[in-house]
Write a protein that binds this ligand. Structure first.
Ligand SMILES: *Cc1c(COP(=O)(O)O)cnc(C)c1O
Length: 384
């Protein structure tokens, strides 16, 4: 065992990424320029036909822009699974609307559609499902639910690239918008970054405008246009959410490597599945045939017959040099959401119960076979 602990996550950045960023820096375009446009085009092509991609500096920004473009505002409600990151709920609040928290499915830990249906009110306008861990929530039941209640769907695909359900890549379905994260720990990274993809030209146009202050055209378009660059108009009070060219340069290389990085994570997941089969833990549910799981997170759940509880398991692994994490601390347990909306554990029985026994193990393409072995030996030692 090495002297330093195995981190929970590390970006997979090589010489090619470093060279691409250096080239971008030498080009003179250090804010949003031609590489952002190229990154958008290539990313959209990965999602399917007639998809427009709008690059932003985080998934949080992308979720904010998607909901803004849909008209989410004061007096409206958005359904948000409690099993997600706080970003999803915070952008709803920033728009003056209210998140309504929903329990999750015990197997997938994705939004429970029956619980979501029970939470719909006349004020509900949108639903924000998460493809938890990189497992894709099936499109058909989600679409049927959204259509029955007249809701817009904004998919939080922060974990889910590349991923697909029944042959359709995430981002290529008919949701209003899908948002990806390129944060440091996510399946591909630009340091900080994100992408909003949509098939709706009005959402794309509104997100582009709001991404950069409400300009009628962005800096790169102004630069290329016949009109002088200083001649612009402001058509809305927008945000400063644009991605930069050096980040896009990094993203373009990561995008080319996304498939092979995912396959590496998948092979780690398969190895874990085999190695942990006899241990007193529940493993991620099998992936439906024809689906592509991004394997951003490998979550295990301790059974009652395990020799340690969740916190003991995490502490023992840490002692053996393995850093674990936890996805997610349900939003209904966090002070701000709990007090603002008077939430209780009883309102979210599945998330509350599963949270007490869930752990995320390291799974990333920069792990070596020795790292994977280290995790397997440590987990087996603690649980046997
Ligand atoms: C990471 C994450 C986000 C936020 O992504 P950023 O790019 O850091 O803004 C949103 N939702 C989920 C489920 C995430 O895991």
């Amino acid at each position: 065992m090495g002297d330093r602990p195995l981190p929970f996550a590390l970006p997979d950045i090589g010489e090619e990424e470093i060279a691409a960023v250096a080239t971008a820096l030498r080009s003179g375009w250090v804010s949003s320029g031609p590489l952002v446009s190229e990154f958008e085009r290539r990313f959209a092509a990965c999602c399917g036909e007639n998809v427009t991609a709008v690059a932003v500096h985080s998934a949080t920004a992308g979720l904010h822009l998607a909901l803004e473009a849909l008209g989410v505002g004061p007096g409206t409600e958005v359904l948000v699974p409690t099993w997600t990151f706080t970003a999803a709920a915070e952008v709803v609040v920033h728009l003056g609307a209210d998140p309504v928290f929903v329990d999750v499915d015990p197997v997938t830990l994705c939004l429970d559609i029956e619980a979501a249906a029970a939470a719909v009110t006349p004020r509900t306008v949108a639903v924000l499902p998460v493809h938890f861990a990189g497992r894709v929530m099936a499109g058909a039941p989600l679409r049927a639910f959204a259509e029955a209640h007249g809701l817009a769907v904004v998919e939080d695909a922060a974990h889910a690239f590349p991923a697909a359900s029944a042959g359709t890549p995430v981002g290529g379905g008919d949701s209003a918008a899908t948002v990806f994260s390129f944060y440091a720990t996510k399946p591909i990274t630009t340091g900080e970054g994100g992408m909003l993809v949509t098939r709706d030209p009005r959402i794309a146009a509104r997100a582009r405008t709001m991404r950069l202050h409400g300009f009628d055209r962005d800096a790169f378009a102004r630069y290329r246009s016949e009109r002088p660059a200083w001649q612009y108009d402001i058509v809305a009070a927008g945000f400063k959410y644009n991605l930069t060219d050096p980040a896009a340069a990094l993203g373009l290389v990561q995008l080319r490597r996304a498939g092979s990085m995912r396959r590496r994570r998948e092979s780690i997941a398969e190895f874990y599945r085999g190695a942990f089969a006899e241990l007193p833990i529940d493993l991620p549910a099998p992936v439906p045939a024809g689906d592509v799981h991004a394997w951003h997170i490998f979550d295990v759940r301790l059974r009652p017959d395990a020799p340690v509880d969740r916190d003991g398991f995490v502490a023992e692994l840490s002692r053996l040099g393995i850093v674990c994490s936890l996805h997610f601390t349900p939003l209904h347990t966090l002070t701000y959401w709990r007090t603002r909306y008077a939430l209780t554990d009883a309102g979210f029985p599945v998330a509350s119960r599963e949270f007490a026994r869930v752990v995320s193990l390291p799974i990333y393409s920069a792990m070596t076979d020795d790292h994977v072995d280290l995790v397997v030996r440590a987990v087996s030692k603690v649980l046997q």
